[in-house]
Design a protein around this ligand. Structure first.
Ligand SMILES: NC(=O)c1ccc[n+]([C@@H]2O[C@H](COP(=O)([O-])OP(=O)(O)OC[C@H]3O[C@@H](n4cnc5c(N)ncnc54)[C@H](OP(=O)(O)O)[C@@H]3O)[C@@H](O)[C@H]2O)c1
Length: 219
């Protein structure tokens, strides 16, 4: 598939590594420009591009920048995506350490709903509770006992299936965690966040989540 990755840090870099290794055609962008991505491009074969160009023609786009940077993404950066493209949001709200106060999220809007509003395109929430290094180290073939599972939330069933199939290719099971209105179940501070459990563990952790945002995760 043609995949655009916006953000080349911990998560974006490792997704670039694994997705190119699987044979996907990856374009990758950061904030400083393609000339700063030559090492990653040489290592992986991904094409370094500007954030405005990363999503052009892509069937899957991964938005993996700090939450506070989402409003800075170029206007219309998703205009040229392929018909029916799936846009993955890996983001988390870290008000105290990184992002500052975002009033709508403090007031209860699920984090990915906020991101969706900022970028003007529906998103599928995935990878947000997965350690970046695990993307490289912990993938296993389908059917492996105890295979690590990732929760995936989103409103568009077709886009969600595309993302779940891609995660399977990367070596992980998935659990459908519902629509974006339910995606608070996988936000920071919930039982599933950072879990390395299998499908049963993840389903149980999602069911045990509370919608209340604890003090640690408030501005
Ligand atoms: N680290 C993890 O293990 C982990 C796990 C799950 C989810 N997450 C979440 O995923 C998101 C990304 O995390 P990360 O750890 O990968 O971040 P990171 O290592 O800090 O990397 C962020 C990337 O975003 C790029 N960026 C920032 N502003 C941009 C803009 N306006 N346009 C284009 N690119 C921009 C940065 O480019 P420059 O370097 O050029 O500024 C950098 O490549 C966060 O919301 C995080 O909470 C992280």
């Amino acid at each position: 598939m043609k995949i655009g990755i916006i953000g080349a840090g911990n998560i974006g870099g490792n997704l670039t590594r694994r997705l190119t290794a699987l044979g996907h055609e990856v374009a990758v962008a950061n904030s400083r420009g393609p000339h700063t991505l030559t090492a990653l491009a040489e290592e992986t074969g991904a094409k370094p591009v500007t954030a405005s160009d990363a999503a052009k023609g892509a069937q899957v786009v991964v938005v993996t920048v700090p939450l506070k940077a989402v409003p800075d993404l170029p206007v219309g950066f998703l205009d040229g995506v392929a018909e029916g493209a799936a846009v993955i949001d890996t983001g988390n709200y870290y008000p105290q350490q990184r992002d500052g106060r975002i009033a709508a999220i403090e007031d209860g809007l699920p984090e990915s709903r906020w991101t969706e509003q900022q970028i003007g395109h529906p998103v599928i929430k995935a990878f947000n509770g997965t350690y970046a290094q695990d993307i490289l180290d912990r993938g296993h073939p389908q059917g492996t006992r105890g295979r690590q599972a990732l929760p995936v939330a989103g409103d568009d069933p077709r886009a969600k299936q595309v993302v779940r199939d891609l995660i399977d290719e990367l070596g992980f099971d998935t659990v459908d965690s519902g629509g974006l209105d339910d995606s608070w179940r996988q936000q920071p501070g919930t039982p599933v966040y950072g879990s390395r459990g299998d499908v049963d563990d993840i389903a149980k952790a999602l069911a045990e989540a509370s919608p209340e945002r604890t003090a640690e995760w408030r501005a």
